[in-house]
Ligand binder design. Structure first.
Ligand code: HMG
Ligand code: MG
Length: 304
């Protein structure tokens, strides 16, 4: 039996998770991408990251991006912030929401943010305190919820344990990352079962990378379990610099087409997102990592 939600909310990752792992893209191209995506009906766009520019040079211009995008009413433009320094930098350019991030595995946590899981949670306390004072919502990402590139398989119990810690810190939503994209639906289902024992369904999001081509079936698995927030990346851009070989998030175009087919409302215009994807792919000289985008492109050429 499936328990599809009637509406799915997309958290658009292309400008952050996507472009953090592509060759350097000009600031104006990022701004144009975000402005184009803002016209599609998306309500959440992650627009940049306030992390060490030495570690992730692709995100070094995030302040300028936030300063120059045309903000559309009804769209939340969020920023990734690993610590209070990142939080303050994000606030200085009026990010509407921030995301903190840790891992369910120690190996990835050390590689990605140079600390243990428990140290990362300590670092988040001042961020959460300041965000509460400022009235800013905080999202929590949890990486390596299926496998870790350094430590191997992650148990569903461990995922639930750390997810609950992030939730108890005050995150309004926990986004569960299959960072290296090795998950398959049965394992995703077991992991979600464990998390849904400790966090309300409507506060759980899924964030699947597509390295092994499983991201869309894994999204479908999550939808059958009533999950209604899906992170995805226009044109399937990106990956994580600290998860070698991992490819981008599931493509937004593919999730939108799936939802259309299932009769699930998203409020997002597939054509507008697809066009934004073509434009950024032309800019970075890469084919869209989305079957739906490629099919629409072929259809458009044929009808000319
Ligand atoms: P650190 O290396 O542990 O050390 O940084 P630190 O705190 O002592 O700082 C070292 C240097 O970074 C110092 O500069 C700090 O000023 C600077 P230096 O003295 O060497 O010139 N620094 C900062 N600079 C800018 N913004 C900041 C900031 N904080 C310190 N906020 C830190 C810790 C987390 C900052 C660093 O390790 C880092 O930036 N790591 C990169 C993390 C990252 O962006 N990873 C990719 C995104 S996560 C992801 O993709 C996964 C996700 O999509 C979910 C999934 O798929 O699973 C979310
Ligand atoms: Mg990611």
């Amino acid at each position: 039996m499936s328990d599809y939600p009637s509406r799915v909310y997309i958290a658009e990752m292309g400008a952050r998770d996507g472009l953090q792992n592509e060759p350097l893209v000009g600031t104006q191209a990022k701004i144009s991408l975000i402005n184009a995506l803002s016209q599609s009906g998306l309500t959440h766009i992650e627009a940049g990251a306030f992390v060490s520019p030495k570690r992730v040079p692709q995100m070094a211009d995030s302040a300028r991006v936030f300063q120059h995008i045309e903000r559309k009413t009804g769209v939340t433009y969020s920023a990734l912030t690993p610590n209070i320094q990142g939080y303050n930098d994000a606030m200085a350019v009026n990010a509407e929401q921030v995301s903190i991030f840790t891992s369910a595995s120690e190996g990835f946590c050390q590689s990605n943010i140079h600390c243990s899981i428990s140290e990362s949670l300590e670092r988040f306390i001042p961020v959460m305190e300041q965000a509460k004072l400022d009235g800013i919502k905080v999202r929590g990402y949890l990486s390596c919820v299926i496998d870790c590139p350094y430590d191997g398989a992650t148990s569903p119990q461990q995922v639930a344990h750390i997810a609950k810690k992030l939730f108890d810190l005050g995150c309004y939503e926990i986004s569960l990352g299959d960072t290296i994209g090795t998950g398959t639906p049965i394992r995703i289902g077991r992991m979600l079962d464990a998390v849904l024992n400790v966090i309300p369904r409507h506060q759980v999001a899924v964030h699947f990378h597509n390295t092994w081509g499983q991201a869309l079936v894994n999204v479908h698995q999550a939808l059958t379990m009533g999950i209604s927030t899906v992170d995805s990346s226009v044109a399937g851009l990106g990956g994580c610099p600290y998860a070698p070989g991992a490819s981008g998030n599931v493509a937004t175009e593919d999730v939108l087409y799936l939802c259309q087919g299932l009769g699930i409302e998203t409020g997002v215009d597939l054509e507008v997102v697809t066009k934004a994807g073509w434009d950024i792919c032309r800019e970075i000289n890469k084919a869209p990592q989305s079957n739906v985008s490629l099919a629409l492109s072929a259809q458009t050429k044929k009808s000319r």
